[in-house]
Every structure is written in C-alpha cells, then in structure tokens.
Design a protein. Structure first.
Lengths: 454, 323
C-alpha cells in the first residue's frame, strides 16, 4: 500500500515536473521570434514569405515575422528608436557603407566564423562577396544581383554595318559617329551613344563611365582615388572628346548644347516611349531589370521571345583599349543586402534566418525567374531551370571577374556617387575649367565626409 | 482714473441699475476645466514645438548619426559651418539672392495685380478668382508643370521664344545661369494669396483721401505716391516680413525642379535644401540642427531689423501695434 502511495506520488510529481518542463519549453519556443523587414511586395513578398515558411519548418520552435513594403529610411528610424526589426533588407549597395559604418547593422565576422558559420567564399560570387564589405567589415549578406550592362540596338547597328557591339571605347566612338543623325536645323535626330550624366541614369552614369576605364574609387590607403587614379581624368577627357567629335563636329560647346536639348526631349523611362525602344538612341548603359521592358514594351515579366520594335543585344561595357583582354565583358554588379540590426534581441536566431535566406537556392532561382535578378550564390541550383537566351549575357557579366560595385564607405546615402555625378554633369556642360583641381577637390570632400562619419 | 470717475458721473445709470443692464455674474470656472480646454494646444506646443526645439538645440552641439547616441562636440558644428563648409556659403548666397530678387518683385507684382483688379466695373470677382487660382495649386504640382513649360526641347515658352525670332532661348532649369529665374517666375505665377491681401488693403483706402487729393490737383502718380502708397505700407510691411521668413525657408519648388533636371552646379541649392540633405542624405543630425539654429538666428535678425525700421516708413492710420 505504502509502495503504491509512493509510486503514485512519484507519478504525480513526474507528471507535474514533466508538464512544467513542457510548458517551459513551449514558453522558450514562443520567445524564439525573429522579425524581418523587407521592401518587397506582391509576388516578390509571396516568394520571400514562402522561403521564411521553409525556414520555420526546418527550425521547430522558431517563429519568423515578415513585414513587407518597408524602405530603409523606415528601418533606420526604427533601429534608431530601439524598436527595429532583427533583420532588414536594402534593395542595393548604396546604403551599405552607411548601415555598416554607423553600426545600424551588426558586424557578422564572429557569427560567420562560429559553429553555425558560413564560408562566404565558397557560397557567393566574388563580386557579391566584395560588395557586402564596407570599411573592411562585413555586416551584410547578399541577395539577388543588380547588373548594369551595355544594351545595343541590333537592327540599327546592322543597318550601319556593325555585326557586334563595340568592345572598346574607341570603337564606341566610331560606332556612335556612324549611328548619329541630325535634323535639318542641326539638332540631333538619333544618337549613337550618350556618355552623359542625367540621361536615364540617376546618379550612376559616372560610375559606369569609370568602370569602362577601370577607375578605382578608393586607393590602397583607403583614401578617395579620384585624383590619384589617372584613369578618372582619362575617362572624363574621353567623354569630352566624345561629345565634341560625335555631336559637335569638333566643337565641344556645340556638342554639349545639342546634347542638353536632346536629353531634355527624352521619352518617358517606363514604357515604349523610352528612347532605346523608339530607336532615338542606339546604345546605352542600363540595368538588367530594364531588359524585360526593352524586350516586350510594357510587360515587366520575363518573356522568352521579344516583341519590341527593335531587336537588341546585351553585352559587357566597352572598355578602354588597353583593358580589352582583362576587363571586356564586365559591368557594374551590385546586390540587395540584408543585415542584423543593432539592438536585435535575438542575434543567434536572426543569424539562422538570415543565413538561410541568403543561401536558399529555391528562393534565388524563383526570384531570378520572376525578376531576372541573377543570384549571388555559386550553386547552380540557384539558377532558374530555364531563362530566355537573350538574357544569358547578364549572367556572363555577373560571372566576369572584373564585374563589381565600387567599394562603399560611410558617406551617408552614397554621397560620393552624387558628388561624382555632379562633377561629370558640370564637366559635360563646360562649367569645370580645371578637371585636375576638380577631381582633387572631390577626393578631399569625400575623404572629409568619410573621416567625419567614422 | 479721474477720467473713469468723470465718465461714471456723466453716466445716466449706475452699475446694476437699469433693467437693460443686468449685473454680470462672475462665472466660477474651475482651473482644471480651463486647463483641460487648453490641453490639446498645450500638448501640441510642448511635444511638437518645444520638445523638438530643445532637442535640436542640444543636438546642434553634438555629432549625431541617428544610430549612436549624440556625442558632445561643443562648437565644432558651428566652426565647420563658417570655416569649412563651402556648401553652407553657397546655400546662403543662393537664399539671399532669391530673397533679394523675389521679395521686391512679389510685392510689386502683387500690388500691381491688385490695383489692376480694382479697375473692372463688371465681373471683378471672376478676374479675382482667375488671379487667385494659381495660389491654390499644390506647390509640387506647380513646380512639375513649370519644369515642363520651361523644357528647352519641347516647352511652350521656348517654342514661343523661337517663334518670335530668338534663336537660342535659355535652357531655364537646365542652365545654372537661368534656373533661379525660372523659380522666380514660378513664384510670381502663384502670387494670388499675397495679391488678395493687397486687394483688401487697396479697397480699404478711404475714397475721401483720393477726393481730397483730387481737389488739391494731384496727378494720378501723385495720388498713388502720396495716398495709396502710404496707406498700403502696413500691408507692404506684413508681406515683407512674411516674405523674408518664407524665402529663408525656400525649399519645395527648388527641390522639385532640381530633381527634374541635373542641378550639378547647385544653382538651386538653398539653405533649407542644405539642411535637408545634411539631415536626410548625409544623416548628420547634429550638424543639420546647428544649421537650423543659425537659420533661425538669421531670420530673427532680419525680422528685427525690419521691425526696427518700420517706424520710419510704415504709416498706421490708427497707430502702430509695434511700439
């Protein structure tokens, strides 16, 4: 009897303890929550959330809250107020310097080297690895790529007697001379190529111009290299000569004025009125995500067969002649980035989620299929099963060893890009009398900004 | 006091006497009720005005990037502003330029328009509405429309200029030499709100003064110079003060227009633009706060100077409020 009582009391105690343990584990599981803020919406958010569901399924007890349609300014404000997400996503590289440099995103070095670490060199492309670093700190993991390549109108080029896109800046000038036509009043009717700041390019024309000449943004001493790297001066002088030769008949001022008026009359960027679609311009720098529009007009979905008025071709940027063997085929490649916020209360789980999102080949291939944004992953599984042949050159540009985004430093909202763009615009308008001094001033200004923000 | 007593003795009724003048009862309202009625305003001024002002004053002496805690740097921000920041001087120069040109032009144009609108015998309300309407167009929309109108390639302004034989019309917002003039014209187009005040002022000038002037043999110019203008000085003074305050905060039109074109030379870069870029593109909140406080001081000094000088040139028929 006594034994029975003893057994019963043991059983009750065990039951109570068991329930308590179970309850506490349930409680623990409930606290394992990670919040992810992203700018995605619609179908992209659905794909993103599907990946998050897979992460939750693979990590029992981990709950991930995904919130879409949130831009970086909102994330930044929330991180500052102490109620930011565990993980936030930036659509491009521009803000990386700021988010890493200011500490809004935490350094990942320790997490990457830990037990559940990540060998980034074996996981991501070289350009993706390089572009997720700022001030020698890695604070982000890359997502899909944003590729800036060279678009040429195959029909117009063929009509002018050119079978392939130009490979060098010298060829680009020759092609443009032949492709440019003028109206009876002397104004430009159709242009070959415009090395022009502010022609559909946001703040990026100067970045693309620099890439054609292999110009570096920062030197080995981590100082701005606009003055010390002679390739910047070479690039700007090439631009000036191009404007004078192609559009001004040797007169730079005339060419500059004609181009200003030509650019002022450009067609709308988002639709069939775009100059590249109407044949008003034959060649241009542009982003991979413009490809689907150039292909089908208004349709942003990736199509196998292009239905636009003109057939076009994508290739790497033309490069300075001495760089053909090493740099031709490259372009500017950036990525969407994500990081763990300062103040995250659950860094360990945030890392699990972020690593899983960055290495999810299923997400990467679905994303690529839908958006034409090549994955940053080396794995072939990250490629879509099928993609249109005309889009293949985008992958070639991504894989080119010289394709990269420039080194980013903490200049706020990528101010160095805006400052360089201003210099390019001023130079092309003939308002910068001394290029050497202007480049030196720019370098000094950027160095001051970086020094102040560190 | 003696005057009051004298008046009281002359009064036919003493306080509380006549049936038509019942004694006023002093309302006993609890202070808590008064406070509750005022609380929305008090809340607003405390949390949306006083608190941000105090915070920004403190931050103007700090280095603050929104992420880390503000770091005290003393007067460094002000030193940087005056001795290292060329953009500060450029923005200030542009702001002084736009103030110096646009305020006199706006005053003149508004008064002239108002004067013209006093003339029609019929349909004056229709004309007034037509001139007032542009001021109701949202600033952003108006600025966008103006960048189209002044587009050097297809804008109707340049087409018109070319049609009358001007071969190389200006590139307006695309040319640093002309972009500020484009903004001035945009400002003059939306003059309606100021014009309405001038119109009210002009209609308020007593006709007897013009009649007296006419009897004295005054010419139309002399009537304007010695009757209209002095009587309008309080309105001019008002629009001058508000114009100075407004022009030092000039932002939206320039921001929109410079966003449509490539304002590489920063010809449309004004003081408020500099604050905006410093705060929300460079994320230097401490320095941006210092810039904002210097703007406040500049505006205060200008306003005080105008207030001081108004005794010499503003004519108040019923005496000045600013003594």
């Amino acid at each position: 009897m006594q034994k029975k009582r003893l057994f019963a009391s043991f059983a009750v105690t065990a039951l109570v303890v068991g329930s308590l343990v179970a309850a506490s584990s349930v409680a623990t599981a409930a606290t394992r929550t990670v919040t992810v803020w992203s700018p995605y919406k619609g179908g992209n958010l659905d794909m993103w959330n599907a990946a998050i569901k897979r992460i939750e399924a693979a990590n029992p007890g981990l709950s991930v809250t995904s919130v879409g349609s949130i831009d970086m300014a909102k994330s930044l404000a929330a991180i500052n107020a102490g109620n930011g997400p565990d993980i936030s996503v930036s659509n491009g590289n521009g803000n990386l310097g700021w988010f890493c440099g200011s500490g809004a995103w935490q350094k990942l070095n320790v997490l990457m080297a830990g037990k559940n670490g990540l060998d980034v060199k074996k996981t991501f492309t070289a350009s993706a690895n390089a572009s997720a670093i700022s001030n020698n700190n890695r604070c982000a993991l890359p997502l899909g790529s944003e590729v800036f390549a060279f678009y040429s109108n195959k029909d117009l080029l063929a009509k002018a007697g050119f079978k392939n896109p130009p490979k060098t800046t010298t060829e680009l000038l020759e092609y443009s001379k032949k492709l440019t036509t003028f109206n009876a009043d002397g104004s430009i009717k159709t242009a070959g190529f415009l090395p022009w700041a502010g022609y559909y390019g946001f703040d990026m024309d100067s970045m693309w111009l620099g890439q054609m000449f292999g110009a570096k943004w920062y030197g080995g001493d981590q100082k701005a290299a606009f003055a010390s790297d002679a390739r910047w001066a070479k690039a700007f002088n090439w631009q000036k000569n191009f404007i004078a030769t192609v559009y001004g008949g040797g007169d730079f001022e005339k060419g500059s004025k004609l181009l200003t008026k030509f650019v002022a009359a450009k067609g709308g960027e988002w639709g069939t009125e775009h100059d590249f679609m109407t044949g008003r311009v034959a060649m241009k720098w542009d982003a991979n995500w413009m490809g689907p529009m150039f292909c089908t007009g208004d349709d942003w979905a990736m199509a196998d067969k292009c239905t636009a008025k003109y057939e076009f071709e994508i290739s790497g940027f033309p490069v300075s002649p001495e760089l053909v063997s090493t740099n031709y085929g490259s372009g500017v490649v950036g990525q969407a980035q994500m990081g763990i916020s300062k103040g995250s209360k659950n860094v360990k789980d945030a890392w699990i989620v972020m690593k899983a999102l960055a290495t999810d080949t299923k997400l990467a291939s679905a994303w690529d299929s839908a958006n034409g944004a090549p994955s940053s992953l080396l794995s072939k599984d990250a490629r879509p099963a099928k993609y249109p042949a005309w889009y293949q050159p985008i992958y070639d540009v991504v894989e080119h060893p010289k394709s990269a985004y420039h080194i980013v430093k903490n200049t706020g909202e990528h101010l160095e890009e805006a400052l360089l763009q201003n210099l390019m615009a001023s130079w092309q308008a003939g308002d910068t009398p001394n290029l050497k001094t202007a480049l030196a001033d720019l370098a000094t200004k950027v160095n001051q900004i970086v020094a102040r923000n560190n | 006091m003696q005057l009051t007593k004298a008046m009281a003795s002359l009064s036919p009724r003493k306080r509380g006497e006549g049936a038509l003048a019942p004694a006023r009862k002093k309302l006993k309202v609890p202070y808590i009720f008064i406070f509750l009625c005022m609380s929305p305003w008090l809340f607003g001024i405390l949390f949306f005005t006083a608190y941000p002002m105090i915070t920004s004053f403190y931050q103007s002496f700090t280095k603050f990037n929104l992420i880390d805690s503000p770091e005290w740097v003393g007067l460094d921000n002000f030193h940087r502003m005056f001795f290292e920041d060329s953009d500060f001087w450029l923005a200030l120069k542009n702001t002084v330029w736009i103030s110096a040109i646009s305020i006199p032009l706006r005053i003149t144009f508004a008064m002239f328009t108002a004067w013209v609108l006093t003339k029609p015998k019929r349909g004056s309300s229709i004309y007034r509405t037509i001139f007032f309407l542009p001021s109701m167009v949202p600033t952003v929309a108006a600025s966008m429309v103006f960048t189209y109108i002044f587009n050097p390639a297809y804008g109707p302004i340049n087409r018109g200029l070319e049609a009358i034989g001007i071969d190389e019309p200006p590139f307006w917002f695309m040319d640093p030499k002309w972009s500020k003039w484009g903004l001035i014209l945009l400002g003059l187009w939306g003059i309606g709100d100021t014009m309405i005040i001038y119109l009210a002022g002009l209609l308020d000038v007593p006709k007897s003064l013009y009649e007296a002037a006419s009897l004295e043999g005054a010419s139309p110019w002399q009537s304007f110079r010695y009757v209209t203008l002095p009587m309008m000085t309080p309105v001019i003074f008002f629009s001058f003060v508000t114009g100075v305050i407004g022009s030092f905060q000039y932002f939206t039109q320039a921001y929109v227009a410079s966003g449509q074109v490539n304002d590489y030379s920063h010809a449309m870069y004004f003081y408020a633009t500099h604050i905006y870029y410093t705060a929300f593109r460079a994320y230097e909140m401490g320095y941006a706060s210092a810039l904002a406080w210097v703007l406040l001081v500049i505006t205060l000094i200008c306003t005080l100077i105008i207030l001081k000088t108004q005794k010499r040139w503003v004519h108040y028929p019923n005496g000045s409020l600013f003594k």
